[in-house]
Design a protein around this ligand. Structure first.
Ligand SMILES: [Zn+2]
Length: 77
């Protein structure tokens, strides 16, 4: 009878629903070998899986404007 929780803020306790904010964990909740967490509210340990999500945006150096793209018009050089 386990119930999985999902949060983008930190580890949400599957027992009591308390969210331990990742930003307040001293980096512990961002560690990729972290697989267990103890709830800061009810002190029960539970299993944690961390999903790291990366995105990349690439822009060419010679930012020659596409006429239909107003963001591309940086002609101050
Ligand atoms: Zn809890």
């Amino acid at each position: 009878m386990t119930e999985e929780t999902y949060s983008t803020d930190g580890a949400e306790c599957p027992y009591c629903g308390h969210v331990d904010d990742a930003d307040n964990s001293d980096g512990a909740l961002y560690s990729d070998d972290m697989d267990e967490w103890t709830c800061g509210s009810c002190n029960k340990p539970f299993k944690v899986s961390l999903y790291i999500h990366y995105t990349w945006t690439a822009t060419p150096y010679d930012d020659v404007a596409h006429p239909e793209d107003p963001e591309g018009e940086h002609n101050d050089a």
